[in-house]
Write a protein that binds this ligand. Structure first.
Ligand SMILES: *Cc1c(COP(=O)(O)O)cnc(C)c1O
Length: 389
């Protein structure tokens, strides 16, 4: 099965004879397509694979990209959006209606929680219940008869907690709710949530799928064609399709997804192990460590780990900031999943109570292990320890 991944990245969805047998599909930089007759224009609404009409609806470069993501995620349809948030909000708007209810894990992506808590509450009267998500029983207990969506992110991207996707999906489906999962950390290489029961799998291509820190984009994959049709309609009406150039760059990034994430994961594991044995480190959060409290579940639903991890120093928040600033290769910046190593303190401005709820101290440091070389990164951390302590 895994042998197939390379084939998907290299060739899936591509029809060389449609563009003069160029090995790389062109950027179809067009906003519309033309028709020989008025009736054929109207019939384009039937939209078979090769009928394109208007660039806000579909674009040939983007479609190739979507076919690759669909195969990688073992879904039926994918839609690529102008950002991860555009994909995430499209899933919420597809699943939720006025007066509905959402269950969302507390460590989900912040802007998505804000969208639920603010826009959806104010404009749609949608209530959201936030939970830890570690225990399937907790999920079962908070699901209500009118719950429309369960929002998961496994692993979540600061403290790397995981949810039992299969059990969570069974509980949600028993109440008639759909399951959305942010699969950005694992990428389709290491986890395929549709197979475990999820209904929407979301990726931000701004991270590993793009992989080069040069685009903003996102995707949604579904396994139910009816649901796919609704997602496509939302994307068309909101107008949130990715641009052809970004779509093309994302496809170029995808070619090397598998080799990149393997390298990121190898480095991150070595870095996590180095940090774990360091006397100044209190705790390391990484799904690849055997010491992770959910190790058994992780082994069951993930086949690997990528390059993002967090740790807490035995220090004040101020000292932790000093540590970040003492790093030379790890640059201070938000985001992750590109070629470069990054460092951030995601809870540095949170109060103590919030930090407690979010599962780590205010001084927690998140790093992305880039492709600069494992030894270089460990040396960088080592010199920062020596500067600060
Ligand atoms: C960055 C990020 C997003 C949002 O993606 P954008 O492309 O920035 O909109 C969603 N989920 C996770 C886990 C992220 O890291």
């Amino acid at each position: 099965m895994k042998e197939k991944t390379g084939m998907i990245l290299a060739h899936a969805g591509e029809e060389y004879d449609q563009y003069f047998n160029a090995i790389v599909p062109p950027v179809f930089m067009n906003s519309l397509n033309i028709f020989p007759t008025v009736d054929e224009y109207y019939d384009s609404d039937k939209r078979d694979k090769h009928t394109y009409c208007y660039g806000r609806v579909q674009n040939p470069t983007v479609r190739i990209l979507e076919e690759k993501i669909t195969e990688l995620e073992k879904g039926v349809e994918s839609y690529v959006f102008s950002s991860g948030m555009a994909a995430a909000t499209a899933a919420v708007l597809t699943a939720c209606s006025c007066g509905g209810h959402v269950v969302c894990i507390r460590t989900a992506y912040g802007p998505l929680k804000d969208f639920l808590q603010n826009y959806c509450r104010e404009h749609m009267n949608v209530r959201t219940t936030f939970i830890d998500g570690d225990d399937p029983k907790e999920i079962e207990e908070v699901l209500e008869d009118d719950t429309q969506l369960l929002v998961l992110e496994s692993p979540s991207s600061v403290v790397f907690r995981v949810q039992d996707i299969k059990k969570a999906a069974e509980a949600a489906h028993a109440k008639g709710a759909l399951v959305y999962i942010d699969n950005t950390f694992c990428t389709p290489i290491y986890q395929n949530p549709l197979e475990l029961g999820a209904d929407f799998v979301m990726h931000t291509a701004s991270k590993y799928l793009g992989g080069h820190s040069d685009i903003i984009g996102g995707s949604l994959t579904v396994k139910d064609p009816e649901l796919g049709k609704r997602v496509r309609t939302i994307r068309e009406q909101i107008g949130s399709i990715i641009g052809p150039m970004e779509g093309w760059l994302m496809m170029r990034g995808l070619r090397t997804l598998e080799v990149r994430v393997k390298e990121h994961g190898k480095t991150a594991l070595a870095v996590a192990q180095y940090l774990e044995q360091h006397p100044k480190v209190k705790k390391v959060y990484y799904t690849g460590l055997a010491s992770h409290s959910q190790h058994e579940l992780i082994e069951k639903q993930q086949s690997g780990h990528t390059g993002l991890l967090s740790f807490e120093l035995d220090s004040t928040t101020q000292e932790a900031k000093g540590f970040c600033q003492a790093l030379r290769i790890f640059k201070i910046g938000v985001s992750w999943g590109g070629f470069e190593s990054l460092v951030m303190m995601p809870y540095a401005r949170e109060d103590e109570e919030t930090c407690k709820k979010m599962g780590a101290g205010q001084n927690v440091i998140r790093i992305h292990c880039g492709l600069e070389g494992t030894e270089n990164l460990i040396e960088d951390l080592e010199q920062a320890f020596q500067q600060v302590f």
